[in-house]
Design a protein around this ligand. Structure first.
Ligand code: PAF
Length: 289
């Protein structure tokens, strides 16, 4: 497995592979890998078939964190990540430093170019974290330019992120396929996330309320004879979340899974997403109803 630290190294490796007729799959991550990330590697390999190369990028992207967020504390463990990638037969890992991705060398001036998606990124995560998606689309566009993949795989756990990235790739004519792979869950339903490591003691138990909210919504929609009122269903989920002493609801939204347009009447096929603080940790989840 190759470990590429500079843009130059990653670019020449991709160029060499492309000249040799290899297809390339990219799995962008911020590291602290878990089974959810590794399942994205499997998806890339399955979609591309034999002889393809799979690249995992590991970069805690400062541009997608607000000043008040957890950039400094975000969990990191590169040796462990590299071992996990090796175990999954990843072909190359791209691990740039921050200054490599966002140079501001004396004389060269500050980094000043960003990519923004201006429709799908406005609601939900975009409303709660106004500069977040600008950071995501910027770094993902850069990673696409650097790794030159034929395909990139994103997790369904960040449903809105996947929709925003897909739109960006279409609008800016990136010549690649975007694949969205299913959310991996712990046995009690909690969606796998690097941030779960912040959940100590009873907070870990309380965190299952996100999954229980999804199950409650599914049961209500499944048991209804017609469309349900979004406001009433939201109320029921809010009450469930309030039963947990350290849980605070940020948002719960129902929407069309492709356009992300909010729905006021809920029936099967509608999508649900929610963000909940468990203590200081902000968790997100989503599901089709
Ligand atoms: O989902 C993530 O881990 C990040 O948002 C991504 C796509 C790697 C961009 O930094």
């Amino acid at each position: 497995m190759k470990v590429q630290r500079t843009i130059q190294e990653m670019r020449s490796l991709s160029a060499r592979w492309r000249r040799a007729g290899r297809r390339i799959g990219l799995v962008p991550t911020m590291g602290y890998l878990h089974e959810g990330h590794l399942s994205l590697v499997d998806h890339a390999r399955q979609r591309l078939g034999r002889g393809a190369k799979v690249v995992v990028s590991i970069f805690v992207n400062p541009a997608q964190f607000a000043a008040t967020e957890d950039l400094a504390q975000y969990p990191r463990d590169l040796p462990r990540d590299l071992a996990l990638c090796r175990g999954r037969r990843v072909d190359a890992v791209f691990v740039p430093e921050s200054g490599e991705m966002y140079p501001s060398a004396a004389g060269a001036g500050a980094y000043s170019t960003f990519v923004t998606e201006e429709l799908l990124s406005r609601t939900m995560e975009g409303a709660s974290r106004p500069t977040h998606f600008r950071g995501v689309t910027t770094v993902v566009a850069k990673l696409f330019n650097i790794a030159q993949p034929d395909l990139a795989v994103f997790g369904a756990k960040d449903w809105q992120q996947a929709a925003v990235v897909r739109r960006m790739a279409r609008d800016l004519n990136f010549p690649l396929d975007i694949i969205v792979a299913p959310t991996m869950r712990e046995s009690d339903g909690l969606a796998m996330s690097s941030r779960n490591r912040y959940l100590e003691g009873d907070l870990r138990r309380q965190a299952t309320v996100l999954w229980r909210a999804i199950e409650l919504a599914r049961a209500r929609v499944g048991g209804a004879h017609g469309p349900l009122s979004a406001a009433r269903l939201k109320g029921a989920l809010e009450r469930l979340i309030q039963t947990q002493p350290d849980a605070r609801l940020d948002y719960v939204e129902f929407f069309d899974p492709d356009s992300l347009v909010p729905a006021s009447r809920i029936s099967a096929g509608c999508h649900l997403a929610l963000a909940v603080f468990i203590g200081k940790t902000r968790l997100i989840d989503n599901a089709r109803l």
